[in-house]
Design a protein. Structure first.
Length: 157
């Protein structure tokens, strides 16, 4: 092989557009995968148990017939429950933010592509593409066929 183009001709403008579309579709798939990779928050039951424990502690403290929860026991146990509830709610908010970020990334890929500079587009392409192989289309003057462009995607390794 002489390392030349092997008499493969592709229109530059159409090739650029086809590669852009390939990259945008790849980025959208990656964003969708990322959104699906965020599992449901798995601590809802723990939060509900902590809230129930606090309600029960408060009920028993206010109940004059229940004498086993005096002021000292109430104020000794309340901060532990409050701290647990606060930690779980913070974890829940962080999880919701992560999910929203993943979903927003999925929606913004195509929209934000148009506002990127040429340098930013090239950087995005370099992150996901190793190369694009232009497969010869055969003899004669043929119409542009984007299926003859084979992307070589970068792996996460």
């Amino acid at each position: 092989m002489d390392g030349g183009c092997n008499k493969t001709y592709k229109r530059g403008d159409k090739t650029d557009k086809a590669i852009e579309e390939l990259v945008i579709a790849k980025l959208e798939r990656d964003a969708a995968t990322k959104a699906q990779a965020v599992p449901d928050w798995d601590k809802a039951e723990a939060l509900e148990r902590a809230l129930q424990s606090r309600r029960e502690l408060e009920r028993r403290w206010h109940d004059d017939a229940d004498t086993d929860i005096d002021d000292e026991a109430f104020f000794r146990n309340l901060p532990v429950l409050e701290r647990r509830i606060k930690e779980l709610r913070a974890d829940q908010r962080a999880h919701e933010a992560l999910r929203a970020e993943a979903e927003e990334a999925q929606e913004d890929v195509r929209k934000s592509w148009g506002s990127k500079t040429l340098t930013q587009k090239r950087e995005a392409m370099k992150k996901v593409l190793s190369a694009v192989i232009a497969v010869p289309g055969g003899k004669g003057n043929k119409t542009f066929d984007p299926d003859l462009l084979k992307p070589v995607w970068r792996t996460s390794e």
